[in-house]
Write a protein that binds this ligand. Sequence first.
Ligand SMILES: [Zn+2]
Length: 704
Amino acid sequence: MTKFERTDNNSRHIGKITISTPHGDVQVSTPLLYPVVNLMTGTTANGGGVWGYVCDVLLQSLSSSHPYWSSLYSNTPFITEALHFLDYNVRPQSLEARWLSQPLRHRYASETRSNHRTSARGPVSHTSAMFVDSGGFRLLRLPSLVLHEYGLLLEGHEAEGVFSLQQRYGADIIASLDYPFLPTISPGEAQDRADRSLFNAIEAMRLARSVSSTGFNPFVYAACHGLTPEMMSQTVTSLFGQSLELGYDVRRLGVAVGSLVPLRSSKKLEALVALVHAAVEAIPRDVHNFAVSPVHTFGLSGDLVPILVYLGVDSFDSSTFLQQAQIRRYWHPSKRKYVHLRDLSDHKGVLGSLCSCPVCENLLPNDIIASLVSGEEPTLSHDGSHEYKSSWYAKLALHNLYHEQVQVASVRSAVGQSALSEFLIDHAGHQHRIRLALMTSARLRNDWKLISALERLSSRSYHKLPLLPASPLEPAPAPTITYRYTPSSFNICDPDLVERPDLSDLLAQYEPGAQFELALILPCSSVKPYGNSVSQRTTLRTLSAAVGADVMARIHKITLSGLYGPVPVEFETEEEVLRYDFLLSTVDKAQIAENARRVATYLNRWTRQGRYRRGAVAYVPFRAYRDAASRAQALAPGLVITPSVNVRSTSRDEDQLAELIEAVRQCFGDVKGDIVTGADVPAPYKSMVQAAFDTNASPGPRID
Ligand SMILES: [Zn+2]
C-alpha cells in the first residue's frame, strides 16, 4: 500500500515512503535529495549530449558498471519534470510515438539502447523511485503557454492532462500541477494562483484514487504556495481539511512547497524559512506530535539543506549540479562554493588533490581539465567527437552531485545520531547569512537552546572579543590541529583569497580599533590561542608592568604567524588560527618574504588611514621571524625591530625585553605617568611616522 510513515519514534526527521507498484513495493528513505534527470532529450533513449552519460550513471546502465559509480549512485531515486521534452524539441508526434507508448524507464531498459559511437551504453537497470514533477514552474513566465498541440493543458482539464502524462511515464511519486509565482506578485494574484494550485492538488488526489485499480498508485505531493506565512498556512490547512472531508487517504499525501527559488536567489532566506515553517506547522500531527505527511521543497539544495531538515523538510531536489557543470563550474570542497575551472589554475591537472571524490580521483582526465582551464575548448581525443566532451561535462556534474549528496548524507547521519543541533551550530559557523537564516528558524520554533548557542557563536566575532588579552583567555580544551590549512586560509591583506566565505567577509570588513596608537608585533606560538602561551604572557606582563595599563590600552597586539603573517588579536580564536601547526624556518625564504609583504601591507594600509600614529614595534627574538620583520621593515620603514641584535643562546630574556620596553616608551614619550590624555603626538614626530609608513614616499627595496 502506498503511504508515508515516520519510522523512528524518537526523531521527526526520519521516514519512509512506500509505493505499491505492479512489480512490488518501491521504498525511499528520508531525508533525501532527488537529483533532476531529463530523459526525453532526443529521439531515442540513448539520451542527448551530457544527459546520456548522466543517465548511464544515475539509472545504472551497463556502461556505468564501474565500481566507483555503483557504490556512489546505486539505484538512487531521481526526479524528472513532466514537460522537460519541450526543451529538446520533441514534437507532438514523436512524444506520442516514441515516449508515451511505454513507461519511460522501459525504453531506457531496452536492449536496443546503445551508443552508436562506442556501443558501450546498454540498457539501464534502475528500479528505485521516479518522482515526476508537473512542470508548473514553466507557466511562471509563460502564462499563455498552450500545449494544446500535445493534447495537454486543455482548459478545465489541466490537472488531468498532467496526471495522465505522469501515469504514462510510469511515475512512482508525482506532484500536482501548480502555478508558482514571484515574491513581487500582487497579493490578490498570489492568492488566486495558490487557490488554483490547491484545486489541482485535490484533483490529483481524486485522480489517484480513481485509477488505483489499474495498478498505478503513486505517492502524491500537493504543490503548495503562499506569498506570506499566513497564506501558506491557510493553503495547507485547507488541503488537509478538504482531503479528509472527501475521504482521501492522507497517508499517501505529501506537501511540496514551491515559489521558494526566487527567494533564495534574492537572498531572502528569512522569508523563505518563514514560509517553510508555516507549511510544516499546518500539517496534522500524529501521536508522537510529528507531521503526518512528508514535506518536499522544490529547487532548494546545498547549504540550505541542514536548516530545512531542522524545520521539518524531508526531501529536496537539485539540478544545480548539472547547470553549474554546463558552465564549467566546479564545487570547490574547501571553499564550499562553485568556482570556474579557470580559477583552479594553481591546481592545474591535479584535481585529485582538491577533491577526494571518486570522480576526481579516478575518472577525471587531467589533460581535459588542463585544456578547459587554459580556456580552450577541450581538444577531444580519439575521434574528437562531441560525445567525449559531453562525457567530460557529465563527470564534472557527477562530482558536483557527489558533494550535494554528501551534504544530505551528513545531515541524515547527524539526525540518526540525534546530533542535529551540534551539526547546525557547526554549519552556521561557515556563513553569516546561513547563521541568520538558522537563527530565524530557531526563533520560529522557540528553540531556546539553539538560539543561545547561536548567540554565543555570534559573540565570537571580532568586535566583541577582548582586545589585548595580557592575561590568558578563558581556559579551553587544547584545540586539535590540522594540516589542511594553507597561507590562504587566513590572510588579512587579501581577504578575497581566503577560502572560508564568512571569514573572508569578516577580514574584508575589518578595521583596527581607533584607540590603538601602536602596533605591537609578537611571534606566534605553538600554544593556541596565542595569548595563552607562556612567551606572549611573559612579554605582555613585563611590558605592562613597565609602561602601565593606560599605555597598554593603546597598544594593539598583532601576532606574526609563520603561516599567515599578521594576525590581529581579534582573530585568535578563529578556527584557522587555532588549529594550524607551522613553524617558520629560516630556510623557507618564500614564506618569509610573503609574511614580510603581508606585515608591510597591513601597516602601510592602516597608517595611511591614521591608525597606529605612534608607529609599530616588533619583538622578534627568533631568527626566522626576525628575518620576516627585517624584510617588512624594508617596505614599511617605520617598523621598529627589537631586540636590536640577533639573539644568542647566552642572551638573557630580561635584556631583550628591556629593549622592547625602551622602544615602546619612546613611542609614548609624551604620555606622562598614568595620566590618560589621549595627548597628541608632537607634530614633527607624527609626520615622520606617517612619512616612514608611506610607501609612495619611501618605496624601499623590492622583496622577492
Ligand atoms: Zn570530485
